[in-house]
Design a protein around this ligand. Sequence first.
Ligand code: SF4
Length: 349
Amino acid sequence: MKKHAIIPIFISHRGCPHDCVFCNQRKITSRNGDITPQMAEETINQWLTTLDNVETVEISFYGGSFTGLPLEEQNQFLKIAKKYKDLGKINLIHLSTRPDYINLKILENLKNYSVDVIELGVQSFDETVLEASGRGHNAKVIYEACRLVKAYGFTLGIQLMVGLPEDDLEKDIFSAKETVKLNPEIARLYPTVTIADTELYEMYLRGDYKPLEAEDAILRTKEMYKILHKAGINIIRVGLKSSEIMSDEIGFHPAFRQLIEGRIARDEIEDQIKKLYYPNHTFNVKIIANEKSFGNIFGHKAENRKYFSSKYAQLNFSYYKDFQLGLSLEDEEYLVQADFAPEKLGGLK
Ligand code: SF4
């Protein structure tokens, strides 16, 4: 049985009068037109015909800022979603919005329509990053919105971006730590992609913005991931999907989550190796992992294997699945126990 299915309803830029420098949704909307409640219902019906034997089905209003729509219009969409929830055809109603479009009246209304999950596009907790990214609100608004969402009993999601203008590793770590303090159930991490037709792209052309180098994006996202994961937050997404973007956009990597999880596995293995390691001393390292972890142990395109064999050239590495745990160790052989299945690192949604 499939565990979780999402019926996506893309609301685009309609609910949002802002112009965040990285956002191209206004252009997408002008190209593709707006979705109407009728179209949303057709989408739901189409998806439901394909979803058999799924444990949890969720209608998700994403893109734009749902609660920035006029209340009447929000309610037209919510009424449809609630109808399917009341019929038992879906289990959860999920939406994303901006922190400054959360207030008591909005939350009361979402409660009345049985909304379950509210994700806030926080992006950063640093004031200079928020300002330089054109977010249009300060960090205080974020703390208050998160507090209210939790106080009303919704599942809280926080989306963070890495590598916005004025951002750096220290600020990213600060944002991850502030996220932990606010205790969301779920989070998403997005390295900034510089998309054509955005202000960010213009800034890049003018030399006012330098897109993140791939290694820097990996390092920062990995450190944020570790902080969120350690706090028990379910990281439901890392990086954009290739279906959401043109694959040649600056900063886009199609397998970003695998890269991050592989690097976390690498760090953990290396921590263990360092405890065994004496320069110029040769010995065998047996790395044992469960079968599901092997993808992360080897890393994206087997980069971890190459990394270990070149950085620790005098060590001999061999890899075993954990049904071979009864392996005996000879002299000069050491065991590194590794267990980094993707499920352990925050879900596969
Ligand atoms: S709040 Fe969201 S939809 Fe609005 S401009 Fe910013 S990124 Fe785009």
